[in-house]
Design a protein around this ligand. Structure first.
Ligand code: MOS
Length: 699
């Protein structure tokens, strides 16, 4: 065994970078199936709720180059076990606007698109019900919320504690529907060979997609489906689960006996691949004059679709943030005529912590206590709801370090008193948290024998959705195998590789990295048993992790962070600018300093985008998302981003997993919008409690 410098922690350039820059990294649309590809285009419902009364494909079918028009009358049957929006083209019922009601397969994408306009569809429609409100009589409590968490939590006597509190803050915060908008459109290319299917796909985890295809097509085993996704151009949760695009590509390929590709348009992504639910959140805080919280109540109202239940765990961040003896969190849902909502970057924590961290800022002002100090005074020694110790918790360190780097000391707490020309100037702070989790992942490592330089082949169905996983996992493997990066060959993004859950919940690197580490340890044991002699044919070892670390039962495991921002508001136009920010995180082991910084930075920018721009506006009469493209649905661009200072604390947490990795993909967005809204109030004296902070709300 030679001694090689450890590479975990180093800011290694992306190993997939050159191929991406040169355009040689094949994304789903660019895969070569070895035969001419047919193209799929979609006919979508123009009503939210109703039934198709007439569907006539004859004109479209007669167009030269059209191979088939699939409708509920002729599409291959899918299993009735499929739920939500996956049984595409199986029924004449319409449950949301944008639902696929027919699909054209043609020799070219242009012919397919032209034929879509020739498919005649008529509906018997009912008026859409899309309005979320706290006084809807049909609000209900789901059995649990995302991740299997309890729908409600109740500790002590919240109402009694609020009635007795010296100071009470009680306010309602609202966040709008948001759409993920990754750069790469959702794309699926399907080819059947008898009863086996290959799907080149843009997703967050090939194994996740396989299961729904096996169920949908009534196949005997997962071996009959191979999903291949080596490169993915962003996802943010919209590619975590199977959506109609994968089912449609496979259906069409089966129907015409050809390879078929479907690339959704940007507009189609607003109805077919999920969105973040809007929320209405009431926060009540009770405190003594020194700012010690006696009660925290966080009540959430959100929506789900008529055909599926997705209950975002909006208030779960509140369950771990601050000490208070009396506490309550609740989630209530309304079933509306909307497409199925889904997870979107830090689902739950993102809207939930916007509300909680805005409320903490308001309480700090009422009490005359610095908002950083108020948070530190309510730091819990143990998880305040589970009553177990933290595996590690460095929120206070993040707040103190961030305050120092940002220059928070000496801040004038009065709102609306600083100007710089036309600009009203303020600063804001907010805290962040996200769970540190791990799930099952298998791994296979092969050391090649022979005279060639020793090479290690590491195989695992991990996913790189633009995060840097190709690089980070190679670093972990190099250290685990006591070798250098150049001697590691990594294979990910293919369901033919050993099982792994997808990139999601900030647990990819922790799960896949643990699997690689443990498989490498097994390899070393086997080599030791062989007296350190590699057999001439080489050696292959399989291993992995079965699920969460044992300490998940006995400890509370979370990342933490703190954002500090300067906010400027134009007194004449209401334009909002964030010229500088500092974000400090504590997330255990940082595997790659460069890609990690990009994750934190990207998360913060998405939070800024949420604060200033992002809002999907649903027309309450017609029911569609009116701003369903990037011209109308605004996301932050370079011009919105100022100086962002990213830092992280050293944190050694051996309890979360063998490598001490807590996960970093989502924490960056959490709390960022609250920090900006708090800075906006400090600049202007105006407290806006519904995002985004668009200029019209200033006046
Ligand atoms: Mo992330 S929303 O868990 O893909």
């Amino acid at each position: 065994m030679t001694t090689v410098d450890r590479v975990v922690g180093a800011g290694i350039d992306r190993i997939d970078g050159p191929a991406k820059v040169r355009g040689t990294a094949p994304y789903a649309y660019e895969q070569d199936p070895g035969e001419p590809i047919a193209h799929l285009a979609l006919v979508q419902s123009t009503v939210n709720r109703g039934r198709i009364t007439r569907l006539d494909p004859t004109v479209a079918e007669a167009l030269p180059g059209v191979l088939a028009v699939l409708t509920p009358a002729n599409a291959p049957r899918l299993s009735e076990e499929l739920a939500s929006d996956l049984p595409v083209l199986q029924s004449l019922d319409v449950h949301y606007q944008g639902q696929v009601v027919a699909a054209v397969v043609a020799e070219t994408s242009e012919i397919a698109a032209a034929a879509v306009g020739e498919v005649l569809v008529e509906y018997a429609a009912q008026p859409p019900d899309v309005h979320l409100a706290v006084d809807r009589p049909d609000l209900y409590a789901p059995p649990n919320v995302m991740g299997g968490a309890a729908t409600d939590s109740e500790i002590g006597d919240v109402e009694g504690a609020l009635a007795a509190a010296a100071v009470v803050h009680d306010a309602v915060y609202e966040t709008p529907t948001q759409h993920h908008n990754p750069i790469e459109m959702h794309t699926s290319m399907a080819r059947w060979n008898g009863d086996t299917l290959t799907l080149w796909d843009a997703d967050q985890g090939p194994h996740t997609i396989v299961d729904d295809l096996v169920t949908g097509f009534g196949l005997d085993s997962g071996d009959q489906v191979r999903v291949v996704s080596p490169y993915v151009g962003g996802a943010f949760g919209s590619k975590a689960f199977t959506h109609p695009n994968q089912m449609l590509a496979a259906l069409a390929a089966r129907a015409v006996g050809r390879t078929v590709v479907l690339e959704l348009s940007r507009q189609q992504m607003f109805s077919l691949v999920g969105h973040r639910t809007p929320t209405i959140q009431r926060i009540r805080l009770g405190a003594d004059p020194e700012g010690r919280l006696s009660a925290i109540s966080h009540e959430v109202v959100e929506h789900t679709a008529r055909i599926s239940e997705f209950a975002e765990q909006t208030a779960t961040g509140t369950r771990v943030m601050y000490a208070a003896p009396h506490r309550r969190t609740t989630h209530r849902l309304a079933r509306l005529d909307v497409p199925p909502p889904t997870i979107m970057r830090a689902p739950g924590e993102t809207p939930g912590m916007y509300a909680l961290e805005s409320a903490m800022d308001e309480l700090a002002h009422t009490l005359g206590i610095d908002p950083v100090e108020l948070r530190i005074r309510n730091e819990p020694e143990r998880d305040p709801e589970r009553d177990v110790p933290w595996s590690s918790r460095s929120l206070v360190g993040c707040l103190r370090t961030g305050a120092e780097r940002f220059g928070w000391a000496g801040r004038d707490p009065r709102p609306g008193v600083r100007t710089d020309g036309r600009w009203l100037v303020g600063t804001g702070v907010a805290a962040a948290t996200y769970p540190a989790r791990r799930r099952r992942a298998d791994c296979r490592i092969t050391v090649h024998g022979g005279a060639a330089p020793v090479r290690h082949l590491v195989e695992i169905d991990g996913s790189d959705i633009g995060t840097g996983a190709w690089t980070a996992l190679s670093q972990i493997a190099a250290d685990a195998l006591h070798t250098d990066l150049a001697s590691v060959e990594l294979r990910i993004g293919d369901s033919a590789l050993p099982f792994a859950g997808g990139a999601g919940g900030s647990m990819g690197t922790a799960s896949w990295g643990s699997a690689i580490e443990l498989t490498a340890r097994e390899l070393h044991r086997r080599l030791d048993a062989l007296g350190g002699q590699l057999p001439p044919d080489g050696l292959t070892v399989e291993g992995g992790v079965p699920g969460p670390s044992d300490a998940a039962e006995t400890h509370s495991m979370h990342t933490f962070g703190a954002h500090f921002v300067e906010v400027r508001v134009d007194a004449d136009t209401g334009e909002v600018r964030v010229p500088r920010a500092t974000s400090v995180y504590a997330a255990g082991t940082i595997v790659n300093a460069k890609t990690a910084r990009s994750q934190f930075l990207g998360g913060f920018c998405m939070g800024l985008s949420m604060a200033l721009h992002e809002e999907s506006v649903q027309d309450e009469h017609f029911g569609h998302y009116a701003n369903h493209d990037l011209a109308e649905y605004h996301v932050a661009t370079n011009a919105d981003i100022g100086e962002i200072d990213i830092a992280w604390l050293e944190e050694d947490d051996p309890l979360v997993n063998e490598l001490g990795i807590k996960g970093i993909g989502e924490i960056g967005i959490v709390g960022a919008a609250a920090a900006i809204a708090n800075g906006y109030w400090h600049a202007t004296g105006k407290r806006i409690r519904d995002l985004p902070l668009t200029p019209d709300k200033f006046f």
